[in-house]
Design a protein around this ligand. Structure first.
Ligand code: GLA
Length: 385
């Protein structure tokens, strides 16, 4: 971390000609379990990972906000009072969208001082590890402090989600920003997406001799288009036809009625969400009573449900999961929104390299591009560095 912080400070100084006022950072996340449940007001169990987005911030005398980053050539600039989703484009829609969204949550954008931002990240983009939420959360905590807004972390999560929904145009839920803001070393964030109540659940992977392996398939996904929104629409349809406000209001006991009321496809979408909510609750209970060695079957079942019922997996993700399982993983599943991105596998520490080699071999055999595999640990959420 200290390396990237130094880089970010140097990058800031190079572009803006003075040293930054401070440095803030926020992690990406991996979702242990609870997929496509957040926008159905259900349960999720993500954790913040040890890959972060770092933002250096400098104060300005005027009301202008500028953003630059290592991954874009141009410096974006706009008067804060003129921020609106329609005016934001490209990657700068993430940080500038957050500034706009803070205004929707009480910040007086006509009165706050201008800022210069410079951003770098070690969260892989497009891997389903929420590189976008990491940007949003890092910028949100930085501006919240410098603009003295005093917003709590639940509200900052809503700010990030609003930026994502309106400025970026991806109809995503509240999970990613919550994980990035609320994460803690060696813990997952158990979040009720209806009340936004959360609690930390100890993971204890290292103590149990386990590692969490991420297999980034390199298959790119984009939640601003296509499949993600279609799944969300199916869930809303299912809830409407079942006569409830959201799928959160249904449990496994409602499945027989859902089978009668819904067409087959909608039924399977609904069944995924209902059973996935239950799996989150079961995983939390298993972690709290028995520890991580007891959660493998739940991870495996989650993947099957996403593959067969929710239909958001791709052959590369299935292959990664199956190969990990066949080579000693305790459990494995795709993570994130789907249609590409990454799978996670919970594996005994001594088996990590064997599984990596097996996955590389299986991908080569199937003619798939080589995936990137790396381990992650559960880390602290966003804050000032
Ligand atoms: C993406 C979204 C989240 C969540 C997941 C699926 O990561 O950003 O809000 O819906 O997909 O669980």
């Amino acid at each position: 971390m200290s390396d990237i912080r130094d880089e970010v400070a140097a990058g800031f100084t190079e572009i803006y000609g003075s040293a930054p006022l401070g440095i803030w950072s926020a992690p990406g996340r991996a979702n242990l379990i609870g997929e496509h449940t957040d926008y159905n007001e259900g349960f999720v169990l993500p954790f913040a990972i040890n890959r972060r987005t770092v933002v250096a911030l400098g104060a300005r005398e005027d009301g202008v906000i500028r953003v630059a980053s290592a991954f874009a050539d141009e410096v974006a600039e706009i008067a804060i009072a003129e921020l609106s989703p329609e005016r934001l484009r490209d990657w700068s829609a993430y940080p500038l969208g957050v500034a706009w969204a803070l205004g929707q949550h009480g910040a007086d954008l006509g009165a706050v001082p201008g800022v210069d931002l410079y951003i770098e990240s070690t969260v892989p983009v497009g891997a389903g590890l929420s590189s976008s939420a990491a940007i949003e959360s890092a910028v949100a905590v930085a501006l919240n402090e410098v603009w003295q807004l005093g917003l709590d972390r639940q509200t900052l999560a809503r700010v990030g989600q609003l930026a994502e929904n309106k400025a970026v145009g991806a109809p995503t839920g509240i999970m990613d920003q919550s994980a990035s803001l609320l994460g803690r070393h060696d813990h997952a964030v158990f979040l009720d997406c209806r009340s936004l109540e959360s609690s930390l659940v100890e993971l204890g992977f290292a103590a149990a001799g386990l590692e969490l392996l991420v297999i980034d398939t390199g298959v790119s996904h984009d939640h601003a288009t296509g499949g993600y929104a279609a799944r969300r629409a199916s869930c809303e349809l299912g809830a409407r036809l079942m006569g409830v406000g959201s799928l959160r209001d249904l449990s496994v006991d409602d499945l027989p009625r859902a089978r009668e009321v819904l067409d087959d496809e909608t039924f399977r979408r609904v069944r995924h969400v209902i059973t996935e909510n239950q799996r989150v609750l079961d995983t939390v209970a298993a972690l709290r009573t028995e520890g991580p060695l007891a959660i493998g079957e739940l991870l495996d079942a989650s993947h099957v449900s996403m593959r067969d019922d929710f239909e958001i997996s791709v052959p590369e993700l299935d292959l990664a999961v199956e190969t990990a399982q066949a080579n000693g993983a305790i459990g494995a599943r795709m993570t994130g929104g789907g249609f590409g991105g990454a799978a996670i596998a919970l594996v005994p520490s001594e088996g990590v390299s064997r599984i990596q080699v097996a996955i590389d071999g299986a991908f080569a055999e199937h003619g798939f591009s080589q995936p990137t595999t790396f381990t992650v640990t559960a880390s602290d959420g966003a804050g000032r560095d």
